[in-house]
Design a protein around this ligand. Structure first.
Ligand code: GLA
Length: 391
């Protein structure tokens, strides 16, 4: 199967962990379909780990837990499909999943046939308990082959967290995305760490096999399976915007049915979704922050020099000739973002400049001859969609 854009949807793990059941999945499908999410592109409803019994049946198949899923998986899949959505499930390349339920090792073709029969459209494939005696790429190739011969189009979302240099072999396996990070949790520290870690992987992302930065924690507000401290609204905005600038899958992880208004606004930001899903699918480039020559002050706090890892400024050329530009303040200080037009392909001689629209406020400004500048509070970001215009 060929996947042309980073998948969007919802996954049960971040909030529900082991406490997953058909009611949660079906109500979430209703919510996605009825509250505008489906129309924005969120299409996969994905059940993560802990959906089965601990043992396979006599035919060697994994059995859905009858308490959690009393009507079986085909029933849930049919319901999700009836809402105009797609249905995702989870398994693992080892003999056990990370939560110690049956994994697909040595049962890949049997499991792929089951998933096809149930109507699965997306498979997240984890890497816990993989045997040391074989290579990760053998196991991902095996499941990819099983899926591409199961008679149904199933997106193959590899989840080996970047282990064993995944980036160098994942494309050849047939995977449609690869988890390029360890597990996220609902805290600023986790978001910051994942973002800073991912910049070096930007060049591996692209059509055919997307870098997957893990499910979103926007809207968890410290509640659920991977909850920790929770984040502020600005931190959730920075998180969502960074995922979009990097072109990661956007898989919601909160209990969407209970998400507050601020979270819903972030998750529904159409300009960021359009950047994430831009069909040219070019990787972002990083404009190295320059030293700020004239140190200015906000209140009594000095504007410190910027370093790329603290305040990355990235840009992405979009399919219609626009440029997405984002600056992210990962530091705990006020910082000044300053990008030269030269670094974006413009310059004095071109006779052109940029009209920029702030994706959060919708405000538009013409840059003129100057650099693009903004001051950023700690943990905040600014993202523009910039249009090339005559000076
Ligand atoms: C791993 C994955 C997570 C989640 C859990 C489930 O940790 O990286 O995303 O799927 O397993 O056990």
């Amino acid at each position: 199967m060929i996947v042309n854009r980073p998948p969007m949807g919802w996954n049960s793990w971040n909030t529900f962990g082991e406490n997953i059941n058909e009611t949660v999945v079906m109500e979430t499908a209703d919510f996605i379909a009825e509250n505008g999410y489906r129309d924005l592109g969120y299409e996969y409803v994905i059940i993560d780990d802990c959906w089965s019994l601990r043992d396979r049946n006599e035919a060697g198949e994994i059995v859905p837990d009858p308490v959690k899923f009393p009507h079986g998986m085909k029933y849930v899949a049919d319901y999700v499909h009836s809402k105009g959505l797609k249905f995702g499930m989870y398994s693992c390349a080892g003999p056990m999943t990370c939560a110690r339920y049956p994994g697909s090792y040595d049962h890949e073709f049997v499991d792929a046939a089951c998933f096809a029969r149930w109507g699965v459209d997306y498979l997240k494939y984890d890497y816990c308990y993989h045997p040391e005696s074989t290579y990760g790429h053998y196991l991902y190739k095996r499941m990819a082959l099983a899926l591409s011969n199961c008679g149904r189009d199933i997106v193959f979302a590899a989840c080996s967290w970047g282990a064993e240099n995944t980036k160098t072999w994942i494309k050849e396996t047939g995977a449609d995305s690869w988890r390029s990070t360890g597990d996220i949790n609902d805290s600023w520290a986790s978001i910051k760490m994942l973002c800073q870690d991912q910049m070096k992987f930007a060049e591996y992302n692209g059509k055919g096999c997307f870098n997957d930065m893990d499910m979103l924690v926007v809207g968890m507000n410290g509640k659920g399976n991977v909850a920790l401290t929770g984040c502020t609204e600005e931190e959730y905005k920075t998180h969502f915007a960074f995922w979009a600038m990097m072109g990661s899958p956007l898989i919601i992880g909160c209990d969407l049915r209970k998400a507050d208004e601020a979270a819903q606004k972030i998750l529904k930001n159409e300009m960021l979704i359009a950047i994430d899903q831009d069909e040219a699918y070019r990787q972002p480039f990083f404009i190295n922050s320059r030293r700020i020559e004239n140190v200015r002050r906000v209140g009594s706090e000095p504007l410190l020099e910027s370093y790329p890892e603290d305040i990355p400024i990235m840009a992405r050329l979009l399919s219609n000739g626009d440029i997405a530009i984002g600056a992210f303040n990962f530091s705990d200080h006020h910082r000044c973002f300053d990008a030269q037009l030269d670094s974006l392909g413009l310059g004095e001689c071109t006779g052109k400049t940029l009209e920029v629209t702030n994706v959060w406020t919708g405000e538009t400004a013409v840059i003129g001859k100057s650099n693009i500048r903004a001051e950023l509070d700690p943990h905040c970001c600014v993202v523009y969609r910039a249009r090339v215009i005559d000076k």
